[in-house]
Design a protein around this ligand. Sequence first.
Ligand SMILES: Cc1cc2nc3c(=O)[nH]c(=O)nc-3n(C[C@H](O)[C@H](O)[C@H](O)COP(=O)(O)OP(=O)(O)OC[C@H]3O[C@@H](n4cnc5c(N)ncnc54)[C@H](O)[C@@H]3O)c2cc1C
Length: 400
Amino acid sequence: MSEKAVDYIVLGAGLAGINAAQVLAEAGKSVTVIDESLPQANGALGGFTRFSGAKFSLLPAGQGLIPVAGGLDKLDQQIGLALSFCELSARGVTRSADLHGDERLSSEATIRTYESIVLSPREIEHLIETISKKIRKLARVLDAKIVDLKHTRTGWVVSDRLGSVATGRVLIAAGGRAAGSLLKVAGVSPQEGKGLDVGVRLEFLDRRAVQKLRARGPDAKVLLGDTRTFCLNHPGTIFRYPFQEISIPGGIVADEGEPHANFGILTRVKGKAAALNRALNSLKAVPQAEYEQAPIVMGIPSFFELPIIRSAYGDPVAQRLTVFAETLGALGLVDWSKEHRIHFPLLDWHWDVFAIGDTHRTDHPDLFVAGDAAGHARGLLQAAVSGRLAALEALDYASV
Ligand SMILES: Cc1cc2nc3c(=O)[nH]c(=O)nc-3n(C[C@H](O)[C@H](O)[C@H](O)COP(=O)(O)OP(=O)(O)OC[C@H]3O[C@@H](n4cnc5c(N)ncnc54)[C@H](O)[C@@H]3O)c2cc1C
């Protein structure tokens, strides 16, 4: 091995990896960050940050991190540090005392509101530039697609297809949803995740059709049993991203001039692997253009009448999504009489998670996971905080 071994390798430079690297480097450790940027990112760091709804949602979003952090106060502290590193503190930090809660909307539906910092596309660009500069000063940053991880007596050897790229005592894997297959190749076992959420993303041509929902907060969630609204972008555009052999409609933030808005409806299904296989197999059997076309429609959607949804998700799911859409209409939160498109399939929590219990450790020595790959909470701020917490755990571990 020609390259010098470092204390820590951080794989992935999304918000989780960048924050983990910052904590480690500022603790005086030598750190190498390795990132193959997403295909659409033109070589920039930041992972999915640029291709997201750009909402940094505060507690109660990401409550799954409370036990991981060792309590609410400790989590609050890390949220403050992550916002400060991202230079977002001036946008207002909501402390736990201001936690928003659930409010009843009807006998069955509730709404959960979150305080979110919503950035414009220009602000997101600025954020990525700022934190990339900071991390390049603190750590060595390499551009490589890692295809192999090997654990040796002295730590991890991380390789691209040409051979070893870096060696390090401890590895923090922060490769987001893309990293699962690599970790499995390295022999890391996925843990039981939070199940699979399936649904649709609705795009309204005139965003005023969902302004009552937007008025409840930038990321308010309506909940009805196992079904909920998800990730409102107002204004927003649709961005399809690849997943295995299909594509998924993501909703991303848009400039004020954009008239459209979008939000998801998701419902939780049991038997994650079987449900995912069913959706993937039924979609692979039809041409991609067929499920991507999303014609303009009006009126309360009956998902039960859409054969592609019934075959991918099954009748009970189509029924639940329909009842939920009716409820949003009955509550006056969405005006279904306005033109909209139904984008399909929306699949969430469909990747493997590798963290054990309330930690960022894995079942492999000297290997930690952070951000989406850890699976404690999903989101931009949550990935940043998870990266910080993973680094703190890794520092403790390596000093023993
Ligand atoms: C369409 C969409 C909209 C979203 N909107 C929001 C929102 O508004 N608010 C919110 O809070 N959250 C949102 N999210 C979720 C949020 O984007 C993620 O939870 C967060 O970005 C996860 O960060 P991460 O650092 O864990 O992973 P990522 O951001 O996925 O970063 C991982 C990085 O690792 C790299 N990598 C992976 N494998 C390898 C490899 N083998 N070799 C080298 N590099 C590798 C990747 O290319 C990437 O650069 C959205 C997600 C999507 C898809």
